[in-house]
Write a protein that binds this ligand. Sequence first.
Ligand SMILES: [Zn+2]
Length: 282
Amino acid sequence: MKGKRDCKIIQDLLPNYIEKLTNEETNHFIEEHLKECTECQHIFENMQKELKVNTEKRDEREVRYMKKFSSKMRLLKFIILALIIIYVIIVGRRTFIMTSLSEKAKENQAYNNYYAKLYSYQGDTLTITESYNKGEDYLTTMTRFVNGNQIQKITYYKKGTEQLFLTEFEGKKYMQNSETMLDRHILPVTYVSEGVLANLQYALITGIDSTYCNGKECYVIKGDSYERYIDKETGLAVREIEKSNKEITRQTDIVVDYKYEFNTVKDSDIVKPDITDYITNK
Ligand SMILES: [Zn+2]
């Protein structure tokens, strides 16, 4: 005879039985009781149904959460991909511009006939460099003015086998030993065409803008201590500005303007300087 006391025990055990946590002996005891007790059987069936519903609800919640999560992941992936594409386009464009500018500059550098004029301003000092180059021959003068007064002039001259290196400082004129001149001659055009990689680096970091400078359509590259205006047509710098920075502090910026002409220099432009007043320096 099964009493109400058994029913109480069975009903206490049912949740564990449903979740298969009870041992074999207990299972047997429960199953035997359920066969004979309709009340406990009824409770058992209800518990099973309830568990099933709960499980389904939980699964549904999980599915909903996963869907939400994966759509967020898709959006994130899309954003990352879009950013990568934008980055690649920007880097690609800047690299392309800088490479084609450098190609143009190289073409111009290949000319061995060119005229260049540089104006370099720093505060009250102006340095004008003028250079005629034809083949191996050249005439380059560098004149420095302070507050409009000429204080220094350096002349480099080479025609055929003749070379001259003249300096003039505060009225004193010296003719230097031409041996010392070999490593001193300045080539303005070569100078400004240097630093293609540095240009590219700046361009990638700070970007390239289109602008006008000295009447030319230009790209401008700006670093923290540096601005370079590059002629779109020739790939050559038309203006460079060097600013003060942490390493180099200057009272004023250095501004250099460049002018070039290619294939216009004639033999008659490379004139031997008058050396009458010059004292030979040994
Ligand atoms: Zn019972």
